[in-house]
Design a protein around this ligand. Structure first.
Ligand code: ZN
Length: 194
């Protein structure tokens, strides 16, 4: 389990990335980290891309009297202005931001902030998703979490889409996806190519 590497009194920022397939618990892990920071009276802000409509704009993380609303934004650069006072910045569904998120995270960390990013590492085709590969590369800490393959029970890293849409962004219906391991994902792909 991830534990913070903090030197008391030293204001150094860093980047953490939590990644994996759908149903792997990425957001839960992001929220766990933010809740702990809230509990320590650190100023925490949570952002998500406006494109993600699965959560309401008033999505709330709470612990006792600490409440945290996820702010839905259109462009990654807005995080810089909006989070000026924050010590800890969470970014959920990061794969839907464009590559400018990479510099945004760099700037935040360089200015002394803790940045916790959660996002899908691969799209439904098994291809690297949006800015995630670069974020994984520049982060100090990376955790890849896994779902459980619905076909065989192995650790799953693919978000297999059950519908035929080829749209990269297909949201709101988690029942349109299933987590698969490499073996089972490859088996489906092979069948389709025949
Ligand atoms: Zn499997």
């Amino acid at each position: 389990m991830f534990l913070e590497h903090i030197t008391p009194g030293v204001d150094l920022g860093w980047i953490e990335v939590v990644t994996g397939s759908m149903f792997s618990g990425k957001t839960e892990e992001l929220l766990r980290r933010l809740r702990r920071a809230c509990f320590a009276h650190q100023k925490v802000m949570l952002f998500k891309p406006r494109i993600d409509t699965r959560y309401s704009a008033t999505n709330v993380v709470s612990h006792d009297s600490n409440e945290l609303s996820a702010m839905a934004i259109d462009e990654a650069y807005k995080i810089l202005d909006l989070s000026a006072d924050a010590q800890v910045i969470g970014i959920d569904e990061a794969q839907f931001f464009d590559v400018s998120l990479i510099d945004v995270c760099r700037n935040l960390a360089s200015s002394g902030k803790r940045v916790v990013v959660a996002g899908l590492d691969m799209d439904f085709r098994g291809e690297p998703f949006g800015p995630m590969p670069q974020l994984l590369a520049i982060a100090e800490f990376v955790d890849k979490v896994h779902a459980i393959c619905v076909k065989c029970g192995r650790p799953a890293q693919y978000s297999h889409r059950l519908t035929k849409s080829s749209d990269l962004v297909l949201l709101g219906e988690t029942d349109r996806y299933e987590p698969l391991c490499r073996h089972c994902f490859d088996g489906l792909t092979d069948n389709r190519n025949r």
